[in-house]
Design a protein around this ligand. Structure first.
Ligand SMILES: [Zn+2]
Length: 321
């Protein structure tokens, strides 16, 4: 259950799906609130995933006062005009029409969006007016641009801030670029850095943690920096500078009313979160009036956002696929 209203408080019942690499979650959403939800581990095969999505939607919306009017589906992949481009974690090939594939299982209009866009719509619901750019940091980096409460996806990928180029001489990115923000700053990248510092012994704190055979995560880097480990602090400070450069690009392209940072690693009380704010205050464009906010972890945000997207499509008279 949540107290954050979505989509202007519509009372229409819609279903929402958060289709991730590990879990498939579904919810019934009415009046902007989750009234019932369920989840299952993602099965490996695509046919089983389609069946799981449909079954979860039908179960979470069964025996409610009204039938769902549509389904909003946020999934871990590139979505353009309802067609999934690439979704390596889920096993889709390029150009998959997921709504059409779901149709035999699920007799409802389906509206697809990227999972980071769904999360961004969910967390941005508390700012219904103006332009909000949301940057999500988890294993990778994603985000979205939201205007007056509605997603502005461009042709599909607007707000995919993980692929803002920070260093043209940097590491190659699967997207075809070099030095993308996601390659320099992400949970995966910081975890790799932590394990490298432990492996070559340059960080005694991290070497001790890895000594028990544990694979280190970004949080270990934060802990080490907080305990005074200089090498860990240097890596995080460099990453914070890169992220701050990414924020400048967001301001230059969108000049939003606010940028919302989502993800535990970016919390203001973490070493990294403080470093990001310090660099932002130093390097932000002098004319920038964009506010910087943080929202805490909220695993239901993607469900609320997917529901909001379906409601927007209904309001716009889009029948879905
Ligand atoms: Zn990239």
């Amino acid at each position: 259950m949540t107290d954050v209203a979505v989509g202007g408080g519509h009372d229409v019942l819609v279903a929402a799906v958060d289709w991730g690499g590990t879990w498939i979650r579904a919810a019934a959403v009415s009046g902007g609130r989750i009234v019932r939800k369920d989840r299952r581990a993602k099965p490996p095969g695509l046919a089983e995933q389609y069946a799981t999505v449909a079954d979860l939607v039908l179960r979470t919306t069964a025996q409610l006062a009204q039938a769902p009017a549509a389904v909003g589906v946020g999934l871990a992949g590139v979505v353009q005009e309802g067609i999934v481009g690439t979704a390596l974690n889920l096993g889709f090939t390029d150009g998959t029409d997921v709504a059409a594939a779901l149709r035999p299982h699920l007799p409802l209009p389906v509206h697809l969006l990227n999972d980071a866009q769904a999360t961004a719509l969910g967390v941005a619901a508390r700012w219904p007016h103006g332009t909000t750019a949301v940057l999500t940091m988890g294993t990778g980096i994603g985000g979205a641009v939201i205007r007056d409460g509605s997603l502005d996806p461009g042709l599909g990928g607007a707000g995919d801030f993980g692929h803002v180029v920070i260093d043209v001489d940097g590491p190659r990115c699967p997207c075809g670029g070099t030095g993308c923000l996601e390659r320099l700053v992400s949970g995966r990248g910081l975890a790799d850095a932590a394990n490298a510092l432990a492996g070559d012994g340059s960080s005694p704190v991290l070497a001790a943690r890895a000594g028990s055979g544990r694979v280190l995560h970004a949080g270990d880097l934060q802990d080490a920096a907080g305990s005074g480990d200089q090498r860990a602090a240097d890596v995080l400070d460099r990453a914070a500078l890169a992220l701050s450069a990414g924020l400048r690009t967001i301001v230059a392209t969108h000049d939003p009313h606010r940028i919302v940072l989502a993800g535990a690693a970016l919390a203001p009380d973490t070493w990294f979160g403080r470093a990001v704010r310090t660099h932002w205050d130093r390097t932000r464009p002098r004319w920038a009036r964009t506010e910087l906010h943080h929202v805490p972890e909220d695993e239901d945000a993607a469900l609320r956002g997917a529901a909001s997207y379906a409601l927007d499509k209904l309001a716009a008279g889009r029948p879905g696929s």
